[in-house]
Design a protein around this ligand. Structure first.
Ligand code: BQF
Length: 296
């Protein structure tokens, strides 16, 4: 037996189609196109790729976008000033500061500078807080994309034991909140594991749903999971590989080939959670435009 593949690329394409139609409807009513302002600080190759992917996604669904490229020597004050001017710019619906930031900039100070009503990444304390309270908010795109995948494939979550490996503020922590909240897709008994967890296998072996967002290739092996587990691999790791045109390939945090034999469902890398992250960003940007409190 081998697991069914969760096709994130396909589900993301379906979402794109839906958002594109919604954008058309929205514009037909006389509204201007939604606008996403992307801010890229420095020239980290991965960040350049991610902002490029997001620009292409915007073009696909009819959302306007611009990427502001800033030198990595910029001060926190200068960056905050730029964000403030985006906050008050009526033409901008969503603001996204590409992560990771150069190390001299505090991620949290920069995120807090964004107007929470334009925080389409869902990283602002207002949105994180509202998520915890089960109130409407912008939801962090990666965990929201995972919930969307579980829903699409009708994978039951209620009363299951979900184990999240990795406690980052952007993925692991909101993921655990979404799985455990008492809303339509949540209601799982949820365990969070992290680098201080003593016996990782003792936790992962009991998981009905295992979400891995640790950033460590091959962390999860077949002997660490039970038969029939649902595996969601959030890891995006670049491994040097001369046989690939770019000189590297992407792998997740899960030893895919060994684990797939035991799992009932599994996400591949690439083509699993990654495309959903970008699709959820499109959904959030349209939502930001629709909720815009500013005059047209
Ligand atoms: C795919 C990200 C770590 C740190 C900062 C499609 C993406 C990735 C993979 C993508 C990610 C990861 C993004 C695939 C955005 C997801 O086919 O598997 C899309 O563009 N992502 C980011 O903006 O910042 C990150 C991971």
């Amino acid at each position: 037996m081998s697991a069914e593949i969760i096709d994130g690329k396909m589900v993301a394409e379906l979402l794109y189609k839906r958002v594109k139609e919604d954008v058309q409807q929205w514009c037909k009513k006389g509204n201007r196109r939604p606008f996403l302002q992307v801010i890229l600080v420095g020239d980290e190759p991965a960040s350049i790729i991610y902002t490029g992917t997001k620009t292409k996604a915007c073009q696909q669904v009819g959302i306007e976008t611009d990427t502001m490229v800033l030198q990595d020597t910029i001060s926190e004050n200068e960056l905050t000033e730029i964000i403030h001017s985006c906050n008050t710019n009526y033409d901008i619906d969503g603001i996204l500061v590409q992560m990771p930031l150069p190390s001299h900039l505090s991620k949290y100070s920069v995120i807090e500078a964004i107007d929470h009503r334009k925080d389409v990444d869902g990283f602002h304390p207002m949105n994180v807080g509202r998520l915890s309270l089960d109130q409407p908010c912008f939801k962090s795109c990666t965990p929201a994309g995972v919930m969307e995948l579980l829903k699409y494939y009708s994978i039951p979550v209620k009363s299951k034991h979900a184990v999240v490996v990795g406690a980052s503020t952007i993925v692991g922590s909101p993921m655990a909140v979404m799985l455990s909240r008492e809303n339509s897709t949540g209601k799982a008994t949820t365990t969070i594991c992290h680098k201080y967890t003593r016996d990782l296998t003792a936790h992962t072996i009991g998981a009905d749903i295992l979400i891995v967002a640790a950033g460590q290739p091959n962390l999860i092996k077949a002997e660490m999971v039970k038969q029939g587990v649902v595996i969601i691999d959030v890891g995006i790791n670049r491994i040097a590989d001369e046989t690939h045109e770019k000189g590297y390939r992407l792998v997740g945090d899960v030893d895919f080939e060994s684990v797939r034999i035991k799992a009932s469902w599994i996400t591949p890398v690439p083509g699993g959670v990654g495309p959903m992250t970008v699709a959820m960003l499109m959904k959030n940007t349209l939502l930001a435009a629709k909720k815009s409190v500013y005059p047209k």
